[in-house]
Design a protein around this ligand. Structure first.
Ligand code: FAD
Ligand code: NAP
Length: 536
């Protein structure tokens, strides 16, 4: 008999809930977490300004009505420390700590065909066996530092935002260089600018950012909202992005231009990315429609940033709005009006090297005391790729995914029986409210394991035909939108040599959930179920 029913890799939102859900089904579970605490994204990304871009009422667990009533969020968009406290509270409240082993990295997981179990090796040399392997390693947890010649010669400290020191960093009176202007760079930049002697932002591609309009969550609003939380959660599950959004329901190209301006201006005043992109039905499918919203946003940048040359450099022109994660900040563009902030355009003068005193581009040298990388992640497949996962006949997952990560419903892949991936490739994951997508996946996985046990099956394995059909559908839907037009991490473009494959399901959280439910109702259609073990 295996040591455990399930090993969970990771203890972020996904791992925490997987431990709770599987344990509640009576399974013996252990989560291994590489970090010294739980929280995943919110444990590692402690950089100043780190904040969720989904509202707190949405970016939270819905599985316990008691939890959602008793926890009180202080702000519309929660900051990193508050989310981390929340996840700690969840672990306390549901007594999860005994089943989470911190400071332990899973290095290898191998399927033992004869015993129908996984052998999981950790970096302390221990091996544990389990019937099921649940990957909760995170879509955005394998951070990447670009290989810059001379970085090891740099005299000052350098940091990646996804490994920010828990004790914080004091940039007072320092000349700081920041590389990266994605969601992270845009959040951290104004915080550094507020204290540093000088901030130099090295920008390769400008990004679109909408205001947050963050504000405290007033107790009366909270009380009123919480009285209909259950109904709201249901609407969220049926929605497109995992957040109920009210759009006009019309294409922007059919709307009178002054009405369009009024609608966008209203949403700009209200803040938030999802309501902005959800304003019209064609913004993410028709380039001409997208041009309308892009022009509106570039006009706002030019309005905010005083220096016309800087404003122009900050105006994105190479990808459709929303085809990269729409950034959110109340202060980013205005920060460029500060005298201690300068912008370096890496398109006209690419990064060259680092030396003891600073950073050189092709045409200039910048003296720096500290360097910050907000350069992103080997997304979706990166963290799993760091584990030597071996399926049936010793086949390596890395090899199976050499042409790009793929999975049936984003949940399971052929040749890897009894392995489930939370928010894996082929699921809505990173293009949704991830807290909700994670819950839906974990519940589906727990349901599947319950079904196997109830019907005497030992194993479930996605079939190649089901995976092929699903990934073909994922691709077809993606290419009916503007998403693949961007050189984004969604398509692997940020990692040199990574295959360019768009692996996120953009058909909507609601329709995706329905499909998962249909598969389950049909006795896990698309999976080969085998067993009982004794009969093998
Ligand atoms: P993670 O939180 O990434 O947790 C995975 C855990 O697995 C990590 O703790 C890691 O240490 C551990 N791990 C990985 N490999 C191993 C191994 N081999 N052995 C042991 N442990 C391992 N999503 C939104 O919906 N809205 C947002 O506003 C939002 N903001 C974000 C901001 C930042 C800065 C980042 C980086 C991501 C953001 N995301 C956001 C996405 C976010 O990652 C998800 O919302 C969610 O937190 C993911 O949870 P997870 O448990 O799946 O993964
Ligand atoms: P990212 O979106 O991948 O941005 C990385 C940035 O680094 C880009 O500007 C990129 O430029 C730049 N870069 C990478 N390598 C470089 C190099 N070699 N030279 C110069 N520039 C380089 O990463 P991220 O900002 O960490 O965000 C990742 C995702 O995490 C987001 O899309 C979002 O889903 C999530 N997130 C959300 C929030 C939030 O608001 N709640 C905050 C942070 C992160 P190019 O664009 O030219 O490649």
């Amino acid at each position: 008999m295996a040591d455990l029913d399930a090993v969970v890799i990771g203890a972020g939102f996904a791992g925490i809930y997987a431990v709770h859900a599987l344990r509640s089904s009576g399974l013996r579970v252990r989560a291994f977490e590489a970090g010294g605490g739980i929280g995943g994204t919110w444990f590692w990304n402690r950089y100043p300004g780190a904040r969720c871009d989904v509202e707190s009422k949405d970016y939270s667990f819905s599985f316990s009505p008691e939890l959602e009533q008793e926890w009180s969020w202080s702000e519309r968009y929660p900051a990193q420390p508050e989310i981390l406290r929340y996840l700690g509270h969840v672990a306390d409240r549901f007594g999860l700590w005994p089943d989470i082993q911190l400071n332990t990295r899973v290095t290898r997981a191998a399927w033992r065909e004869d015993a129908a179990e996984w052998a999981v090796t950790t970096d302390d040399g221990a091996v544990v066996s389990a019937r099921f392997l649940i990957s909760a390693v995170g879509c955005l947890s394998a951070y990447q530092v670009p290989s810059l010649p001379g970085l090891d010669q740099f005299a000052g400290p350098w940091y990646h935002t996804a490994r920010w020191p828990a004790e914080g960093v004091d940039f007072t009176a320092k000349r700081v260089g920041l590389i990266g202007t994605g969601s992270t760079g845009i959040q951290i930049a104004p915080e550094i600018a507020a204290v540093a002697e000088q901030l130099t932002v090295f920008q390769r591609t400008p990004n679109f950012a909408v205001p947050n309009r963050n504000r405290p969550w007033e107790p009366e609003d909270e009380r009123a909202f919480k009285s209909r939380y259950r109904q709201y959660r249901k609407e969220a599950r049926e929605s497109f992005l995992g957040v109920p959004i009210t759009g006009t329901g019309r294409p922007v190209l059919d709307e009178p231009p002054e009405e369009v301006q009024r609608t966008f201006a209203e949403r700009w005043r209200a803040g938030g990315g999802m309501p902005f992109l959800g304003a019209y039905t064609d913004l993410l499918t028709d380039q001409a429609a997208n041009d309308v919203i892009a022009e509106f946003m570039r006009d706002r940048i030019k309005e905010i940033v005083h220096d016309p040359a800087t404003a122009e450099l900050l105006c994105p022109r190479t990808f459709p709005v929303g085809s990269k994660r729409l950034c959110q900040s109340d202060d980013y563009y205005a920060m460029y009006n500060r005298p201690n902030v300068r912008l370096v355009d890496l398109r006209s003068t690419p990064l060259h090297s680092v030396s003891a005193g600073g950073l050189s581009t092709a045409t200039a040298f910048y003296e720096l005391d500290a360097l910050v990388f907000a350069t992103g992640f080997d997304a979706i497949s990166g963290a799993l790729a760091q584990i030597d996962v071996r399926g049936a006949s010793g086949v390596a997952l890395a090899g199976r995914w050499a042409a790009g990560p793929r999975a049936y419903l984003g949940l399971a892949t052929p040749g890897f029986p009894n392995m489930f991936i939370v928010t894996g490739p082929g699921s809505p994951s990173v293009l949704s409210n991830m807290a909700l997508s994670i819950e839906q996946h974990v519940e589906w996985i727990a349901g599947c394991i319950g079904y196997l046990d109830a019907h005497g099956y030992a194993t479930a394995e996605a079939t190649a035909a089901a995976e092929d059909a699903w990934m073909a559908h994922v691709t077809e839907v993606a290419y009916s939108t503007l998403f693949p037009k961007a050189d984004s991490w969604y398509i692997g473009a940020n990692i040199p040599g990574k295959p360019r494959v768009f692996t996120t399901y953009v058909g909507g959280v609601g329709p995706y959930g329905e499909k998962c439910d249909q598969v389950a109702a049909a006795g896990y259609e698309g999976f080969a179920l085998d067993g009982p073990l004794a009969a093998k």
